[in-house]
Write a protein that binds this ligand. Structure first.
Ligand code: ZN
Length: 321
């Protein structure tokens, strides 16, 4: 039998500007590992870059479609408001100094549910938050990162998702996914999966009105949740369809299998995905080689030369990347 609850977040995918700027920031400044360099399967002349811990375990993965010519997106309904990343408690002053050293000074401080956080936009304007939290993954972060281990990003803490008061998003998480309400602060409702660790929290910003959002550069494209295996994914696909949601068929994303759903009431227009944990990023290269070279799915391999010519050249920000 599949688990009764969805265990947590698998990855978050966003649209970025320049690919090199994106790589320099996430690897060179934040110290995540580039765990895969591939292309957007629907638009293979653009990259799809994946970052995470040493092997890109679910709950640590951020992925980007660099699309420099895209118009800047607009925050609002249907767009995640922020993505919080977990860092160890007591490390925010050092993080602030570190970011300042890279010329990043557009930083705000705040407190949420008793935890301190830094708010910092990525180079495309994607709102990130570094939250000091005891959340920790099962394994240590990437060994070659440019930041001391005591301070390294542990994974995804929580996305902040705008939802409308009358929408059924809380019901989706609590009655369907098996999550529970962990607290409220103002109009922020914190939901948590029964698991502990990174990627087990979502914050809903519940309001009567939100401005209408627009997809574009600096916006989260979708939030993916985990299914441990294909059987569990089919289970969730069936349950969502029973509830009347339009769910896609299973799509092969090479490193996981995916289903997608978006509904004006059930997800407040946000695009959600459920992705399998496997096969993972070690399916087509070794742990030592992760992210170093362009990986293509079999059906695009015959076009490798053309695609490599069309894609921008990426320079690793670190010797180890
Ligand atoms: Zn995805």
């Amino acid at each position: 039998m599949p688990e009764a609850a969805l265990p947590g977040i698998h990855h978050v995918t966003a649209l970025s500007g320049d690919a090199q700027d994106n790589l320099d920031f996430y690897v060179g400044v934040l110290g995540l590992r580039r765990v895969k360099t591939t292309v957007n399967f629907d638009d293979p002349t653009t990259h799809h870059l994946y970052y995470g811990d040493a092997t890109g375990r679910p709950g640590t993965v951020l992925t980007f479609f660099p699309w420099p010519r895209a118009a800047k997106g607009r925050p609002g309904a249907g767009m995640a408001k922020a993505i919080a990343l977990a860092v160890p408690e007591g490390t925010l002053p050092d993080w602030k100094t570190h970011l300042n050293e890279y010329g990043i000074t557009d930083i705000e401080t705040d407190t949420r549910f008793g935890a301190s956080l830094l708010r910092v936009p990525d180079p495309s304007g994607l709102p990130l938050e570094l939250v000091a939290t005891p959340d920790a993954p099962d394994t240590p972060p990437w060994a070659e990162r440019p930041i001391p281990e005591a301070r390294a990003i542990r994974g995804i803490h929580a996305p902040t998702l705008p939802v409308f008061t009358e929408d059924r998003t809380p019901e989706l998480f609590m009655d369907v996914f098996g999550w529970t309400q962990a607290g409220t602060e103002g109009n922020r409702v914190r939901l948590r999966s029964p698991r502990t660790g990174v990627g087990t929290t979502v914050d809903l910003l519940v309001r009567d009105r939100h401005p209408s959002g627009r997809m574009g550069r600096g916006m989260v494209h979708h939030i993916a949740f985990r299914a441990p295996n294909a059987e569990a994914q089919q289970h969730w696909q069936a349950i969502l369809r029973e509830r009347g949601l339009q769910v896609t068929d299973v799509k092969d994303r090479q490193y996981f299998q995916s289903i997608y759903f978006r509904d004006p009431d059930w997800t407040s227009g946000l695009l959600f995905e459920i992705a399998t944990d496997g096969p993972g990023f070690l399916t087509d290269e070794s742990e030592a080689e992760l992210g170093h070279s362009l990986k293509l799915p079999t059906h695009l391999e015959s076009r490798r030369g053309t695609l490599e010519d069309a894609l921008p050249t990426l320079t690793p920000p670190l010797a180890a990347d």
